[in-house]
Design a protein around this ligand. Structure first.
Ligand code: SAM
Length: 278
């Protein structure tokens, strides 16, 4: 898979801290552009307020953060799970008080940000985590906060990266975010020409986004049936289930009771739903 290929190792092993650290230790970082991604650079150039709080998850070598610092931004947080990388970044940025470099898991990170920059992080995650990603993004953004960046508009034979399509992402982020920009990117870095979507998603403050664990589903037909049952409940404005049927994201205009969801699936004694977020 041409230059876009993400990793050299096969992904039978979990995509965890050890996996990613090995990639950095062996310098197998085929995803690394070596420069700030052009569409993100352009977007940064449009920002008016240098004091907004910005998060870059799965930051890698984070040329984006470097560029933000050069432009005078004062409140940058970058987080990555790979210790070898983070140690290097902490040394690199040790003299700047405007950037906080965190070693950690994005899904365990707490904070509130005006802007979150997505750059080859979503595609590095197992697709089973996509519902959790939407939940976490929504939670980490302040009201009216923005998620901006790039999502692949193609699939890959070797993973990661894990690709997708506009249709899939539309269904995934629906109503949790308001789509301000969601187009084929026309200024991608050369190796990614015509393969990316530029997204600028604004947090929808008017909804509640909840993540639930689900037990008992084993096929797509059952998933569709359960999703349909939830989707027609009053106030529910989106339902999205993970590809391993273990998690379901529910976006609603008002609080939904777990018991009401359980009642909807009472027709099958194997089914069990439990809220995961606190
Ligand atoms: C494909 S690389 C992209 C790096 C960088 N964004 C770039 O574009 O060069 C994915 C990055 O996400 C990090 N990562 C993977 N899972 C993570 C998680 N759960 N929390 C934080 N970082 C994670 C990896 O260590 C790796 O640096």
């Amino acid at each position: 898979m041409e230059e876009i290929q993400c990793c050299v190792n096969s992904c039978e092993r979990p995509l965890d801290k050890t996996y990613w650290d090995n990639q950095y230790q062996s310098n197998a970082i085929g995803w690394d552009l070596g420069e700030v991604s052009p569409p993100i650079k352009n977007y940064i150039n449009t920002l008016q307020n240098n004091n907004i709080s910005i998060l870059i998850p799965g930051c890698g070598n984070t040329y984006e953060a470097e560029y933000l610092l050069q432009q005078g931004f004062t409140d940058i947080t970058v987080i990555d799970i790979a210790p070898t990388l983070v140690k290097k970044l902490q040394q690199k940025f040790s003299s700047s008080k405007n950037i906080n470099v965190i070693l950690g898991d994005f899904f365990e990170h707490n904070g509130k940000y005006d802007l979150i920059i997505e750059q080859t992080f979503f595609c590095a995650l197992p697709p089973t985590l996509r519902q959790k990603y939407v939940y976490k993004m929504h939670k980490l953004l302040k009201n009216d906060g923005i998620m901006v960046g790039l999502l692949f508009n193609r699939t890959f034979e070797v993973n990661p990266p894990f690709g997708g399509s506009k249709k899939e992402y539309e269904a995934l982020f629906k109503n949790a975010f308001i789509y301000k920009q969601f187009d084929i990117c026309n200024n991608s870095a050369l190796p990614r020409t015509n393969t990316e979507l530029f997204v600028e998603f604004k947090k929808n403050n008017a909804v509640i986004v909840d993540l639930y664990g689900f037990e008992g589903i084993t096929c797509n037909d059952c998933m569709n049936k359960v999703s349909q049952k939830f989707a027609v409940l009053p106030n529910v404005v989106n339902v999205s289930m993970s590809t391993n049927y273990a998690e379901v994201l529910i976006v609603s205009k008002d609080k939904i009771l777990q018991q009401d969801l359980q009642n909807e699936i009472a027709y099958d004694a194997k089914y069990f739903i439990k809220k995961l977020n606190s």
